[in-house]
Design a protein around this ligand. Structure first.
Ligand code: PLP
Length: 565
């Protein structure tokens, strides 16, 4: 067994896995907001090719054969490598084994290629001439453009104006595949024209780009809409990732303890974990599933599990999911792929049932971790995937003396996101946040669940952080770890500082040595800190404290404390 290996030796899966056939409890019907009844194939067929509509609604076929034409394209980059991050393990001083499933090796640099090829193929087979899509950061636009190029479809991409201006490389990539890329808002649609009238300098938004793509599709009978995440068929196409991973781990003789992926609409998480669900939950196994998100778009950790629209204009059916409200406007973080208010319904349900949980990270925590990863592994991750790396660093440090096996999906590379790294490297990146009031305001605007569903719905307590409904709230594992290793920092806050006031170095007592600017607290940092002052060592929630640093602190009689604010 070569623990570093594991790429090319396994076969490419020949089927997509439909999780709803095995786990009907993950199904929540899509509801037509006007009638209050479950939608049927007819209401989707003006948007998608017939094969995709039947995949979306299928709850009985476990395995869908992948067409030869799609397999042939997958074979250009699949199977994707499974790599052991041994250098990162050493950097963290952990006995945990860390593996990443690298989807950045697709031609367009992310897992989105898996569905882009499939959707283009079925659209072509369904007699469609043109596909319309939206793209934020450009990943989905690139994937569907590549697919459309493969199968000879015309492709029009509405690209959020802001990204269009700031990310010309993604636009050029799409155009090279033969797509037409339009700066949202355009004058091609009613939605776009209205926006431009109201604000001639509009920078667009993902919700508006979706609305433009939907309107364009509805007005062209030979066209279909292509979407990059959240729907069942997208999640299903991504299950090639988890199935392949299963074979690769078996070939290595390795059993995972944790699977981790980041969540935009949830398709990479679904693709990674659905094939492993038989090992999760009471009576099935102890595999842990962790969905990582931005603290600025915290649908799982701070949102509601409720019926909501999938787009900002309210054009989709009502979908039961974790949501921040369709009116929520995500702040401009450097992870375009995670700036989505909702989450695929079966993924949401899985978390709501307590089979997985969410972890949220701030932008600085994420970049600290991803730069450590880059310096250890030589690979620059997409900022979206970096949320999982923040979780991995956190968990592998927390369990540093246990031999846990952690596998995360490295959903894409970051070669088109280097300007974000530049901002971070220059020390110019601001940290991310979203005030509770903004979330509360967007959630107050959730559509009312139609009467029929409200009556039939079993009242399910909203689970936060993956607490099983009905069970007493479980202490967050991070809090438990903190309790073990660190004293709460609350007693460090000066009594004259009003509760809720921002905590700065000035609001904590002088008996604290502030080490919060360090992403990895090594013994050198401890040493330098101890020279600066006599107090406790204040470290950031996201900081990585190495074992040697702990020994050094103990030797010098210092305690680490962390600021929970
Ligand atoms: C789009 C994207 C995501 C988020 O989308 P999911 O559907 O939740 O997987 C994550 N990483 C990358 C690289 C992406 O392009």
């Amino acid at each position: 067994m070569r623990p570093e290996a594991g790429g090319g030796s396994v076969a490419i899966p020949r089927h997509w896995y439909n999780v709803l056939a095995d786990f009907p409890e993950l199904h929540e019907p899509y509801i037509d907001p006007t009638t209050g009844v479950e939608i049927d194939a007819d209401s989707l067929s003006d948007l998608f090719a017939p094969d995709l509509v039947s995949q979306e609604l299928d709850r009985t076929t476990r395995l869908h054969p992948i067409p030869e034409e799609v397999l042939e394209r997958y074979a250009k980059w699949r199977p994707t490598p499974l790599v052991r991050a041994a250098a990162l393990e050493r950097r963290l001083g952990t006995r945990c084994r860390i593996f990443y499933k690298y989807e950045g090796s697709s031609p367009i640099g992310s897992h989105k290629a898996n569905s882009g090829v499939a959707q283009a193929f079925y659209s072509k087979r369904g007699g469609i001439k043109r596909v319309y899509a939206e793209t934020g950061a450009g990943q989905w636009g690139s994937a569907i453009s590549m697919g459309a190029g493969f199968f000879g479809l015309d492709c029009d991409v509405f690209m959020v104006g802001n990204s269009y201006d700031s990310k010309p490389s993604r636009r050029i990539l799409m155009e090279t595949f033969g797509s037409h890329v339009h700066r949202n808002p355009t004058d091609m649609t009613e939605v776009g024209r209205t926006m431009r009238e109201e604000d001639p300098d509009s920078l667009g938004s993902l919700g508006a780009a979706i609305a433009e793509a939907l309107e364009a599709t509805r007005s062209d009978p030979t066209a279909a809409y292509a979407l990059g995440s959240a729907f069942n068929f997208v999640c299903m196409h991504q299950t090639v990732v988890g199935q392949e991973l299963k074979s690769q781990l078996e070939a290595l003789g390795v059993e995972p303890d944790m699977l981790i992926s980041c969540i935009g609409g949830g398709s990479s998480f679904a693709g990674l974990v659905f094939p492993f669900l038989d090992q999760v939950g009471p009576g099935r196994g102890r595999l842990e599933l962790i969905a990582t998100e931005s603290n600025a778009v915290p649908k799982v950790t701070r949102g509601d599990f409720a019926y909501d629209y999938g787009d900002t204009a309210g054009l989709t059916p009502l979908i039961r999911m974790y949501t921040l409200g369709h009116g929520f406007r995500p702040p401009g973080i450097h992870s375009g792929g995670l700036r989505y208010h909702g989450l695929a319904s079966p993924v949401s349900k899985l978390i709501n049932l307590g089979l997985g949980r969410g972890m949220a990270f701030t932008q600085l925590e994420v970049f600290r971790a991803t730069v450590l990863f880059a310096q250890s592994e030589g690979l620059v991750p997409a900022p979206e995937a970096a949320h999982s790396i923040a979780a991995v660093c956190d968990i592998a440090t927390r369990h540093r003396d246990e031999e846990k096996t952690i596998v995360f999906c490295l959903t894409g590379h970051g070669f088109f996101d280097l300007s974000a790294y530049d901002t971070y490297n220059r020390g110019e990146m601001s940290d991310s946040s979203t005030p509770d009031a903004e979330i509360a305001e967007a959630l107050a605007d959730l559509p009312k669940a139609p009467a029929s569903t409200r009556r039939s719905a079993v009242p399910t307590p909203v689970a936060r952080n993956g607490d099983a409904p009905g069970s007493p709230p479980r202490a967050d594992a991070f809090e438990v770890w903190q309790g073990r290793h660190f004293e709460p920092a609350d007693d460090l806050v000066r009594p004259d500082v009003p509760p809720g006031a921002p905590r700065t170095a000035a609001t904590v007592t002088a008996a604290v040595v502030d080490l919060r600017e360090h992403r990895v607290v090594s013994e050198r940092v401890v040493e330098a800190g101890c020279v600066r002052g006599p107090g406790d060592l204040l470290v950031d929630r996201g900081a990585i404290v190495t074992p040697l640093a702990e020994t050094e602190a103990a030797r010098r009689g210092r305690r680490f404390v962390t600021d929970r604010a």
